[in-house]
Write a protein that binds this ligand. Structure first.
Ligand code: UD1
Length: 417
């Protein structure tokens, strides 16, 4: 798949932000913990969601598509195994480990795939499940679990991993007794998962605080639930306004989830405002460079947002520095951006972006999901035509990206050749 972008136009107008990818994936996995039907509203139309729904069908669930919801009826779920081809398609497939283990009493799946952002181990997930008394056997790239001796426990995470926190919650929610998770991730998507489970009848408190308390319940009921807005998609559109010198109104945003982002954008000179669930951004005439952006677990600056910030920082009035503290290898777009005229050097976990530079269209390759989105933004802000080759990363995380950019006045098309 290729995105063809003719750059140089200011983007302007309104865009509705999709439901959050990183919420819907664990929530869909959670749906198998009830023996009932769940309806998920604002479920984004993404390839990662399609893969997750395929996994649910493999497990024996009945998946239905309504006008504005996806239904998962897990009353007929029977299969504790996820095929390797589905596991390898997305990293968050590991989120099924805790849920399937507790629904079926056991599980078998391969280690997961996903974006290549350096080493992405699952040791914290497995350690947490073992602490909950679940037997875990690892052999030749496969994981097998047995929940016959599962028990509530105190799980302390050495790092506040999003996925490990979610897996621990999903494993513990139906284990009798009280489970405590300390050093838990505090991301809004964790709170969304907890809200979903509590609406199903779970008893979980402390979401967002770093210490989560779970009182196990015997059963969970089916519900209808609306997913929170995607804060990274919202950030991507805000960065499009910054890079093209435009102004964009966003529908369906949560101001509190975007604090680290909007603080940074305001420091760079943007005008950012919120009115209820609507947000507004206007790019400054001159972008002030960012002295130091350090990615951190929430509520710090999100690692998923750093790539999409780079295109406008290239136009910044002096030097910007980004330090990536979460993933090892997340500056793969730097060579591509330098070919478009940027002046960026990386040193270990830091990227030094020397501005101001103007970009010229080029033929580039998307290395991963957020890197791909960043290249689209760079192409929109460049003079001339760019071709972004992408083997399917961008559609993993962005719903209707081409339609939305076109509606904002950008010149973008897709070719499948
Ligand atoms: C989730 C998000 C991803 C985001 C990331 C960090 C989803 C579907 N994905 O990914 O978009 O970039 O949070 O905000 O929600 N780690 C270990 N051992 C483990 C687990 C993680 O060492 O068992 C390390 C990872 O290698 C990484 C760091 O912890 O360096 C953060 O990973 P984690 O928070 O688990 O990210 P994901 O849940 O994979």
């Amino acid at each position: 798949m290729k995105y063809i972008v003719k750059g140089g136009r200011e983007l302007g107008g309104t865009v509705r932000v999709q439901g959050a990818k990183n919420s819907v994936l664990p929530i869909l996995a959670a749906s198998i913990l009830s023996n009932d039907k769940c309806e998920i509203r604002d479920c984004p139309d993404l390839s990662d969601v399609k893969t997750t729904l395929e996994i649910l069908e493999e497990l024996g669930c009945n998946v239905t598509y309504g006008v504005d919801f996806v239904g998962v009826d897990s009353s007929s779920a029977f299969n504790p195994e996820i095929p390797e081809r589905l596991m390898r398609k997305l990293r968050s497939s590991i989120i099924f480990l805790g849920a399937v283990t507790m629904r079926m009493g056991k599980a078998r799946m391969s280690t997961p795939g996903g974006c290549h952002l350096g080493a992405r181990p699952i040791d914290l997930h497995l350690k947490a499940l073992k602490t909950l008394g679940i037997k875990v056997k690892e052999e030749a790239g496969f994981i097998e679990t047995d929940a016959s001796e599962a028990k509530s426990a105190h799980v302390h995470l050495a790092f506040p991993s999003v996925g490990a926190t979610e897996n621990t919650i999903l494993a513990a929610v139906k284990i009798k007794g009280e489970t405590l998770i300390t050093n838990a991730a505090r991301e809004p998507e964790i709170i969304d998962l907890i809200s979903f489970l509590n609406a199903m009848g779970a008893r979980i408190t402390g979401g967002g605080s770093g210490t989560i308390h779970i009182e196990g319940v015997a059963s969970l009921k089916g519900i209808t639930y609306r997913i929170i807005p995607d804060r990274i998609a919202a950030t991507t559109y805000m960065c499009m306004a910054m890079a093209t010198g435009g102004e964009i109104e966003l529908e369906n945003v949560k101001r509190d989830h975007l604090t680290a982002i909007t603080n940074e954008l305001r420091e760079e000179g943007a005008r950012v405002e919120f009115f209820g669930e609507r947000g507004y951004i206007r790019a400054p005439r001159k972008i002030r460079s960012a002295d130091m952006i350090k990615t951190m677990p929430y509520p710090g600056f999100p690692t998923d947002a750093q790539s999409v910030f780079i295109p406008h920082l290239i136009k910044g009035d002096s030097t910007s520095v980004i330090v990536e503290n979460i993933f090892e290898s997340r500056f793969k777009i730097v060579d591509e951006l330098n070919r478009m005229g940027a002046d960026i050097v990386t040193e270990g976990r830091s990227a030094i972006i020397r501005g101001p530079r103007s970009l010229t269209g080029a033929h580039v390759v998307a290395p991963d999901l957020r890197g791909g989105a960043a290249l689209v933004i760079a192409a929109l802000s460049a003079s001339g035509e760019s071709v972004i080759e992408d083997e399917g990363h961008i559609i993993r995380g962005y719903e209707s990206l081409v339609e939305n950019i076109s509606a904002l006045g950008g010149d973008i098309s897709v070719s499948n050749t």
